[in-house]
Design a binder for this molecule. Structure first.
Ligand code: ATP
Length: 611
């Protein structure tokens, strides 16, 4: 009861307050009205008596009076909105905003500033600007923290392109920024320019796609190999077909097309392929194996034949455009394209190779590793696409030698690193952050050995759109070109006969070509350790655990346990540290080598646990 009374009194009090406020508001309006009327009347009288001058004087006095009363008192922060409105891109108007954004993103210190190399100007559908960071700050860090900078600049990260300016006029602290007006990948897809050409030279980088600034990105294929990885339906097959299209349109290029998916994506290429396998059954895997064996033998024979050519025709032990087009020499550019390569690499069927036991998948991986490693100089190009880019599927020894990488959207940063290379996420390239709606958009890491890759770590590219009808058109053209040049052979003319190969010689070749000297599938994390160490495995004596944990991005506890299960126990050793030495935990490379040998022996021994 008491509560009710109190509530009623409260509401009455509120009502009274409201009446008071209303009265006050009315009074204020009245006063304002009277003051405005009186001032206007006074001004009119003054104008009639003295003319315009007095009006100007009144405006001047009023402005000064307002300025004085409205000025901010010393020490007072002025009025501040509790919730400010949305932030918008303003640095084109005011470079101070850019400096603040760099500070907010912690890319420069509070007291540091940027130097403007080139002021903001319109380039394409966006704004471009070049700045120099303060000494000791690195452009690579800006690229790495692009997200933070995009947030500070109030744009979506797909709109912000940050590049290090290299070569002449560039240095490690010079950054080029480009901010797109809107999502650069939202527009309609662009058709491949290859549709408009009659033929293509396989030695020329083939058109692959466009970057955010709509610049054309070409992909070199000769001298390198390509791995395409992505979750399903992101444009993996499309990307692999684009890379292949340039080779299709060169009548002197020979294609081995293996499709592990078994759909109709690669149908059109059958009419011109030298070898063609489509399907995921055991006979298909055997066919792939046989064709790869044949090609490994072919690479061997090419090296032998190149050694006999005179210096003018073959200056180094490498194929040249002239050699590749000389039909009599029989060494055309030969591309092995495998879509859904995991289907073949994961095949668990037991396989006996040169008296040692392995699996069909592991054997195919070894054949491919050899081709990727030794093939380029002999004119062999390998293009692999997979939706399972994990290290169990694509063994690290094979991954390590694949030069160019293209990652469309993947599940997480680990998968992205598997496609693009160790630690690429920490350098600002993570394909798991690509948007699902951006089909055909991926991160391309060009081969550092090629001209295109020398200057660039990686870039985001939207591939050209080449639907089935266009692909078929290109393949039809490819067949017609081969018919005219007289280069149609193999499966395309109904000849699928497998050439006989000296098996013993092949085993020897493979043994010398693989990193660990023998065809074995190493379990993780051993494979990753061997992959990371490379030649160091033989050259170094001791590797600190901390170094491995950091390089492989693994959790220290799990890593230690797994290495222990493989028979590698850490121990403490002194390592040089500045002038002195420090005692750290680590592994002896001899122990790691022994573990590798043990795995080889286990697989080699009859009745081992390997499937
Ligand atoms: N560059 C592109 N621009 C626009 N759309 C594209 C592009 N590339 C691919 N797509 C679209 O993405 C779809 C999936 O492409 P694709 O068949 O290559 O995917 P995938 O990753 O190979 O899938 P799967 O794993 O099923 O084989 C295509 O049907 C196509 O419409």
């Amino acid at each position: 009861m008491r509560d009710y009374r109190e509530a009623a009194e409260q509401s009455e009090k509120l009502a009274d307050k409201f009446v008071e406020i209303r009265a006050l508001t009315l009074f204020r309006w009245k006063v304002t009205g009277v003051v405005v009327a009186a001032t206007s009347a006074a001004l009119i009288v003054a104008y009639v008596i003295y003319g315009w001058l007095v009006l100007w004087a009144a405006v001047g006095v009023a402005s000064v009076a307002l300025a004085v009363t409205g000025r901010r008192k010393d020490g007072s922060p002025g009025r501040k909105a509790v919730l400010a409105g949305p932030r918008t891109l303003m640095w084109t108007m005011n470079p101070q905003v850019l400096v603040d954004a760099f500070r907010d993103a912690k890319l420069i210190g509070k007291d540091e500033a940027l130097r403007l190399v080139e002021r903001a100007r319109r380039t394409g559908d966006g704004w471009a600007m070049t700045v120099d960071l303060p000494a000791t700050r690195k452009a690579a860090d800006v690229i790495k923290n692009r997200d933070a900078l995009a947030s500070a600049l109030a744009v979506d990260e797909v709109q912000l392109i940050v590049e290090r300016v290299r070569g002449r006029g560039g240095h490690a602290g010079r950054v080029f920024l480009w901010v797109a007006d809107e999502d650069p990948y939202a527009g309609p897809p662009v058709r491949t320019p290859l549709l408009d050409v009659e033929w293509w030279d396989a030695w020329r980088p083939a058109p692959f796609g466009r970057d955010a600034r709509n610049r054309r990105i070409d992909l070199p294929l000769v001298w390198t190999s390509l791995l395409v990885g992505a979750i399903p339906r992101q444009g993996k097959t499309f990307a692999a077909r684009l890379a292949t299209a340039g080779l299709v349109l060169d009548p002197y290029a020979r294609l081995y097309v293996f499709d592990g998916k078994g759909g109709k994506d690669w149908d059109a290429a059958e009419q011109l392929a030298y070898r063609y396998v489509c399907g995921d059954e055991l006979p298909h895997a055997y066919a792939v194996r046989d064709h790869l064996v044949e090609l490994v033998a072919e690479v061997q024979s090419r090296y032998a034949r190149m050694a006999t050519l005179d210096d003018e025709v073959c200056p180094e032990s490498k194929i040249t455009p002239a050699i590749s087009r000389d039909v009599d020499l029989g060494m055309p550019i030969t591309a092995v394209i495998i879509d859904e390569v995991q289907v073949f690499l994961e095949n668990p069927t037991r396989e006996q190779v040169g008296g040692k036991k392995t699996t069909l998948g592991a054997y195919i991986a070894d054949l491919l590793t050899y081709l990727v490693r030794k093939g380029p100089a002999a004119g062999v190009v390998v293009i692999l696409a997979t939706q399972r880019p994990d290290s169990n599927t694509i063994p690290s020894r094979l991954r390590a030698v694949l030069g160019s990488r293209f990652a469309l959207r993947v599940m997480d940063w680990r998968d992205s690193n598997i496609v693009l290379g160790e630690q690429m996420n920490t350098r600002g390239f993570d394909a798991s952050t690509l948007l699902p709606s951006h089909k055909g958009v991926g991160i391309l890491r060009p081969d550092g050995e090629t001209d295109a890759g020398a200057d660039m770590v990686a870039m985001t590219v939207r591939t050209y759109y080449m639907p089935n009808a266009d692909w078929r058109l290109i393949c039809d053209r490819g067949r017609a070109l081969r018919e005219a040049a007289g280069t149609l052979a193999g499966h395309a003319v109904g000849d699928d006969a497998v050439r006989s190969v000296d098996a013993a010689a092949l085993v020897q070749v493979l043994g010398s070509g693989t990193a660990d000297g023998w065809v074995v599938e190493l379990p993780e994390p051993l494979a990753a350790v061997v992959d990371y160490l490379g030649d160091d495995l033989d050259e170094r004596e001791f590797v600190p655990t901390a170094e491995l944990v950091e390089a492989l991005e693994v959790e220290a506890g799990t890593f230690g346990r797994e290495m222990g299960e493989l028979g590698c126990r850490p121990l403490r050793q002194y390592v040089p540290d500045g002038d002195g030495a420090r005692r750290v935990r680590g592994y002896l490379t001899a122990d790691i080598r022994a573990a590798v040998d043990r795995v080889g022996d286990e697989i080699g021994s009859p009745g081992s646990g390997q499937p």
